[in-house]
Design a protein around this ligand. Structure first.
Ligand code: SF4
Length: 402
């Protein structure tokens, strides 16, 4: 049965690419991670900002509105002729709302929680002042968007979408983290996926992407991602989608393991039960001994074959009798071709579609193909480099006295 097309968000793609097994624990098995104070803090501040800015929202034209129109007269996008529902609520109301809706899950101790609580108040106070001086023009707040992106199903919650001075759209994502740089905005896969979602759900063009660093009141704004980068992002999302569809859920240990909640059930870290330890220890010791033996035998085998090769070379023979049978010397041929030389030759002779210059097997096949003009085959042979490796086969037939 074909696996259904997964609906992917930025965070689920990132989780899969970081460790497919952790992704399975989260999204297939439905296991929960322990709450973290910094997530609770980010959520509380986001919620307060959502309440603060929602009255400013003036919705933009979206495809379904535009598509539903029959004539220009009938076109009345929600953004035209409609005033915002109101202004900013008073600062005291915002701070009261912030305190009321505080999420206290996951903090290490009351002191840490209090530090975050104070930090949140300071952030909201300072940000409120910048909003008063220069209010944004949001067309959507905390908006869930979903799209099919050349076959991939993606979705996400966008913190804010603003109308720009030129009538386009700016995607804004708030960050409460400590450090953030312009490069973070330039390389953010999260903003890239939001761009794809907004482009497919709104008629106006995306003109800017912003990570808003709330601790420093600093908007890190970059232009929309160019088609080439969106193409590379598509590949990354596609890799996650393909892995999920084929149920490839192997653990990928790395630095992320130190903050993974599933170490106790992950095969990379799980301990062998006490009652199994001794029999398994015996098996491990036996395996190690055999591996050592294998390496010793392998070395001896190679040295013996070399001695036989030297004798065969000296005597000009390919067949050497033993007391139980023969050994026969056989050649194994391989060809190497310089990719640049082959590429030029294939282009010149119009055969570029017939072989891949970096795949010697396909070039060799072309070199032997009777439908290819003989002079081309000869030129391929001339640029190629033939290598021969000799090996021995055992023929158990007894020597017959020759
Ligand atoms: S402990 Fe590491 S390898 Fe195991 S599931 Fe977690 S992230 Fe993956």
């Amino acid at each position: 049965m074909a696996a259904s097309e997964p609906l992917l968000s930025y965070s689920s793609v990132r989780a899969y690419l970081e460790c497919p097994l952790r992704w399975k624990f989260l999204y297939v098995d439905g296991l929960k991670e322990a709450p973290r104070g910094y997530f609770s803090f980010g959520r509380t501040v986001h919620n307060a900002l959502e309440e603060l800015l929602r009255p400013l929202v003036r919705p933009a034209a979206e495809p379904e509105v535009a598509l539903a129109q029959t004539t220009l007269d009938g076109w009345a996008p929600r953004s035209i002729g409609r005033e915002p529902d109101g202004g900013l609520m008073p600062l005291d109301d915002l701070l009261a709302l912030y305190r009321r809706s505080w999420i206290s899950d996951g903090y290490a101790n009351p002191e840490e929680e209090e530090r975050y609580r104070v930090l949140g108040s300071e952030i909201l106070r300072s940000y409120y002042q910048t909003l008063e001086l220069s209010p944004p023009h949001p067309v959507a707040i905390e908006r869930h968007l979903e799209a099919t992106w050349n076959g991939l199903r993606v979705h996400g919650y966008v913190d804010r979408i603003d109308r720009t001075a030129h009538g386009g759209l700016e995607i804004v994502d708030y960050k409460t983290s400590r450090e953030l740089s312009q490069d973070d905005a330039r390389e953010s896969d999260q903003l890239g996926i939001y761009q794809v979602l907004v482009e497919r759900n709104f008629t106006e063009p995306v003109e800017a992407l912003t990570l808003y660093h709330l601790r420093f009141l600093r908007p890190l704004t970059v232009p929309p991602r160019p088609a080439k980068e969106i193409g590379a992002l598509y590949e990354r999302v596609g890799t996650a989608r393909d892995g999920i569809r084929s149920q490839a859920f192997e653990p990928t240990p790395g630095r992320q393991c130190s903050r993974c909640d599933f170490r106790a059930i992950c095969p990379e870290f799980r301990d062998v039960p006490d009652e199994e330890r001794q029999p398994l220890a015996d098996l491990v010791d036996r395996f190690a001994r055999l591996r050592e033996e294998e390496q010793r035998v392998d070395g001896e085998l190679r040295a013996t074959a070399e001695e036989l090769h030297a004798a065969a070379q000296r005597l000009g023979v390919h067949r050497i009798p033993g007391s139980q049978g023969f050994v026969r010397r056989k050649p194994e041929e391989s060809w190497q071709y310089p990719p640049e030389g082959v590429r030029a030759l294939l282009e010149e002779t119009g055969l570029s579609e017939r072989a891949d210059p970096i795949d010697p097997t396909s070039v060799r096949r072309l070199q032997r193909d009777p439908t290819v003009p003989p002079e081309v085959r000869q030129r391929l042979a001339a640029v190629g480099h033939r290598q021969v490796r000799w090996y021995w086969e055992i023929d158990p037939q007894k020597p017959t006295g020759d």
